[in-house]
Write a new protein. Sequence first.
Length: 428
Amino acid sequence: MTELLALDVGSSSVRAQRFDERGEANGELRQEEYESDDPAEVAAAVRNVLGNDEPDATSCFAHSLVAVDAGGNALTPILGWRDTRSAGAAEWLARRLDAEAVHARTGAFLHPSFWPAKLAWLAQTEPETFRSAASFVSFADYLRGQAETSLGMASTSGLLDLTTLDWDEELLATLGLDRERLPRIADLPVWPDAACSNAGAGCTGSERAALMVGTSGALRVLYESERPQPKPGLFLYLADARRVVEGGALSDGGNLHEWLEQTLAGAQGSLAGRDPRDHGLVFLPFLGGERSTGWNPEARGTVHGLTFDTTPLDLRQAAYEGVAFRFAAIADLLPDVTEVVATGGGLLRDRDWIQIMADALARPVQISGVPEASLRGAAVLALERAGHEAADAAIGEILEPRPDRAEAYRAAREEQQRLYDELYDAPA
């Protein structure tokens, strides 16, 4: 192998690039943005980027569900993690199943993000589509045109038993779903973006976490494990036969940044000299619903403490801090983590936000020097399969937490947790 072509299908754009045997970019980045949940339109964007080439390694957004007919034609849009219409179905499942036991077996939650809730919702609201579908697949599987999936993609569905490495029997029975209607699990060079992002940024081992802000956000570790043990509040997916991805996900990340840009036209200005005592606000960043750590599908974005003196800059600062405090709650559940690497376009373009992350986490944050971590990660994982070792991932500036802000950030985080507890049940 002298080089390979990696493909990254993100939630709003497609990228492809060639890499050499050391995982170094070796060619022009091809990219196309899209705004669609139509599987055929997104597949067309992928084909536009690839041209006549076939990828050697693929990273793809996780949790997506597409119902297809016997010919592989889509019967539904792409049902992704941002689609919360299945919240009622998730509650329906939680009343019939032991939610903690499901999490212990699958590493996933009875939550709208995952397949069980989406399948139950589809059966309830579109019974004819549910009955007529030949298969239910991820978008990555739809793209390949075959009813087979990788272990990593299967695990992020929330339907895979981590012990048997097969579809979960109890969930299938509850959903009234035959396993023949799910893809065959195969050894494929296709990985969920979570695993690829960590691998691409050099965040391997349980001590080194990737703090990713793309469209959404996540703090996660990628490490080897013979007996995966999901922890309360955290997801745990299989990346492949020997490694797991563990951590927490937020529904508000780069999408929140974009919302702030569109909504608060007067929010420009530096946050460098400010701390949480300067605005008096408490921000719960659940505009896209809550995932980690409470996984409450009913949670919504909340701003407490508004006055006539509140400025757009106050709101932007409070929003950034609100996300950072949710990351800190995830970090508390990952006690082995000693290093944090920031990655993802939604975060790296705003240095103020990275500094707030360091202050809220009370630890240094290293800025990744890899511009496309998920894309490079697909290449790195494929190179491993071929017996090659990638070069170390580049690291840029390191931002230290500011000691003089430590007490203010600790108190502000406690205020956010008190507001959450008043509005919703405290996380398990």
